[in-house]
Design a protein around this ligand. Sequence first.
Ligand code: ARG
Length: 457
Amino acid sequence: MAKKLWGGRFDKKTDPLVEEFTSSISYDKKLACFDIKGSIAHAKMLGKCKIITKKESAILVKGLESIGKKIGKVKLNSKAEDIHTAIANLLRSKVGKVADKLHTARSRNDQVVLDVKMYTKDAIDNLICLITSLQKAIIKFANKNSKIIIPAYTHLQVAQCVLLSHHLLAYVEMLARDKERLSDTKKRTDFMPLGSCALSGTGLHIDREYVKNNLGFSRLTENSIDAVSDRDFILELLSNLVIISIHLSRMAEDLILWATKEFNFIDIDFSFCTGSSIMPHKKNPDVLELIRASVGKVGGDFSSVLILMKGLPLTYNRDLQLDKPPLFNSTETINNILQVFTELFKNIKINKTVIAEKVRDESLFSVDIVEYLIEKGSSYRQAHDITGKMVKDTLDKGRKISDLTLKELKKYSGKFEKSVKSILNAWASVSRKTSSGGTGPRGVKRQIAKWSKRLNA
Ligand code: ARG
């Protein structure tokens, strides 16, 4: 059994079942390095404010630093109630009774929220780096295949031609919004809570500003009651992670479809696929499927904390201990996925000839014909009707619009001229889309250049 941080008024030992049931060390050990950093800042502050002597402060700091160096190498006491208790006990065995002074003007209530905020800030920085790497991998892939034109879909029905690179840049945009949301969440996480103590602050003359600066926080929390009970920052990070997982799942789904025999737009390298135990011919995109599935995991973690927080009375309640597994799990899940996805992008081959064949489908150019007629003076409605009729007739008769003679075309509209034939190809189709944000090659090239510059800055 480990020594508790409480127990003075208890005349009985805790039931082993309760020990086991209330313990969080199995997961909050992930907070060890933050707990130590926070304690070092706190010990320094206590010395500076003469709440403990300079010598005592120095002993505490030295002891904590040496524990910090061994974290990850030494086994933590799995019987301790939580990581805060485990480190306090380690410190006591290292520096003796003076360790009992560390918890002056501090409660685990403000200590735990400090640690989780430090974890969250660190996680956000890490996630932003990993998202940037994925964006770079996508841009590289887009740049390498900048001339490839694919059919784009609405309702999963063939719609219009777009540059593959334009399609890929859509992912880059999504991920950019994800990074913005993360940065924004970090701003609201960046309030230092220590000094709130159990819930009401302290009568001891502490220096919160010093701790804040020492730990690299931007601001101080301004209400001790809010500070110890607030977990908005966890909800915010988790909601960001859910949106990220949705983006990743949509990217994964596109690639899964494109890798099917039916689409056959891409080949994913064997090193990123798996086989079947019964069907020897299979090459399955399991990696992408697991990425697609992660929304379930992360969405579940988000709703778990959401429900945990609902109706909790102020201030700290032990319920809050259960905010950590979902936070850690989702952060790690997305971390892993971002790394795998970045590598996967380096392992995709484009099936150029298959794609070139697919974009011969003339239904992809129907909007171009409509716009052609508008430019010749038709109203939009008229142009839509005329083109619709042509599409129907040619489909019914198994013909192609490009094979119609000028005389035949003129039967649909006197506005048709020979020039219409020159717009019935994929390159002409994308080249027409010169509006900003459209799939026109010049605009897309500018976008790629803009993103490359931004991401490498
Ligand atoms: N391990 C707890 C948590 O994660 C912190 C302990 C605070 N416990 C208490 N009884 N005040 O929230």
